[in-house]
Design a protein around this ligand. Structure first.
Ligand code: FEO
Length: 395
């Protein structure tokens, strides 16, 4: 992709990674991603806002060459993670006069992770500014979206907010701005679920912090830019502030069919009661889809057989994830089976300390489900319905 002009003297110079399918060797990227970097030329100084993943440094360099950029005065590092700062060493080599602009915490991380010399980094305080001549960069510290050192950069005269990871989406697209809102909503929600949701409370503070800023364009460092900022700001408000919905998320796995039979019966029982169910077979599911479902759900019911004396390892992974992501869940329960004993319920329960959930009576049975076991599942479905009603949760 060639450089794209946002406005006079402001260009997108990043890279689109159409083929990447895994991030941090952990997060699935079904739609690829982009590493957005921006060149801002003032009347006196030139700044590059973020760089790109080191695997795509040559794309950034090619873009800068196409714009015939002879000098860069500042490289703003909004975030030290390698997908945005990983190409810094090459850029500093190419533009030896450039100084890196970062928060004090980011400075330390850039030195530790990327071995950037201390003398090359200047730090900026929250609310600090940097004049490029006829353009002014204002720095807004926004820690924990999603590392402790993160900041946003606001280009005052053009009302562009460069948010790096915050408000972004893992989406490879040829569109500079959002065109297909449904697709971007899905990608941004996945991004929020996987990366931002554990930091819900600081995200609330950061949304407050930018509430009174006049923003024409939000320019994140992943995915398309928002020329209608309210699209992504309203979505975030819903994900962060709104109460959970009348939804049960049901991650499960079954080895010999007993747990599967329970899940089938239980899902039908919940649906009969007007509850939306999102069911995930952990042997096959995209873990990102499970994370997305957790954004809105009020209840999680975990389905597992007993392996040795505990839950299936895939269930352990999903429970660890749910606990780490800290969704808005209010209730949890467990269904499943065992052959001759075990401590599955105790082990799963111990793994959920971050979730402020009420544990509803689990239904863990011996062998294949029988009549009384279906009755117990009906009682659990009734209890979930009553709890959701008590909290006035809607679909
Ligand atoms: Fe896109 Fe936290 O890096």
């Amino acid at each position: 992709m060639k450089p794209r002009e946002l406005k006079a003297n402001i260009h997108w110079v990043g890279a689109v990674d159409w083929d990447r399918r895994l991030f941090d060797e952990l997060i699935p990227l079904p739609d690829g991603t982009s590493y957005n970097a921006y060149l801002v030329k003032g009347s006196e100084k030139t700044a590059l806002i973020d760089t790109v993943d080191p695997t795509m440094a040559s794309v950034l360099i090619d873009n800068l060459n196409q714009l015939d950029v002879k000098n860069i005065d500042y490289v703003v590092a909004n975030h030290a993670e390698q997908d945005h700062s990983g190409a810094l060493p090459q850029i500093l080599k190419m533009y030896p006069n450039a100084l890196v602009v970062a928060t004090p915490k980011c400075k330390r991380l850039l030195m530790d992770l990327l071995l950037i010399p201390e003398s090359k980094i200047v730090t900026v305080e929250d609310g600090g500014t940097l004049s490029l001549g006829d353009k002014t960069l204002e720095f807004i510290h926004a820690p924990w979206v999603h590392w402790p050192e993160t900041m946003l950069t606001y280009l005052r005269e053009d009302k562009i907010l460069f948010t790096c990871d915050f408000l972004g989406s893992h989406l490879a697209t040829s569109d500079l701005y959002v065109t297909d809102e449904a697709t971007v909503y899905e990608a941004a929600k996945r991004y929020y679920a996987e990366i931002m949701m554990p930091f819900k409370t600081v995200i609330q503070k950061n949304l407050e912090k930018i509430r009174d800023i006049q923003i024409d364009v939000i320019a994140p460092s992943h995915g398309p830019l928002y020329d209608k900022p309210e699209f992504i700001l309203e979505a975030y408000k819903d994900w962060v502030y709104a109460p959970p919905k009348n939804i049960v998320v049901l991650p499960y796995i079954s080895m010999h069919g007993s747990t599967k039979k329970m899940v089938e019966y239980f899902v039908a029982a919940l649906v009969e009661r007007g509850i939306t169910v999102k069911q995930f077979n952990l042997a096959k599911t995209d873990i990102g889809k499970l994370a997305m479902a957790l954004v809105d759900a009020a209840t999680i019911v975990i389905g597992s057989p007993t392996v040795l004396v505990g839950p299936h390892p895939n269930v352990v992974y999903a429970v660890y994830l749910a606990n780490a992501l800290r969704p808005k869940l209010k209730f949890a329960s467990i269904i499943g089976s065992y052959g001759w004993g075990g401590k599955m319920v105790e082990q799963i329960t111990r793994m959920l300390p971050n979730l402020k959930v009420e544990l509803l009576e689990p239904v863990v049975i011996k062998g294949f489900p029988k009549e009384q076991d279906f009755g117990a599942l009906d009682r659990l479905a009734d209890e979930i319905l009553n709890k959701h009603k008590e909290h006035n949760l809607t679909n």
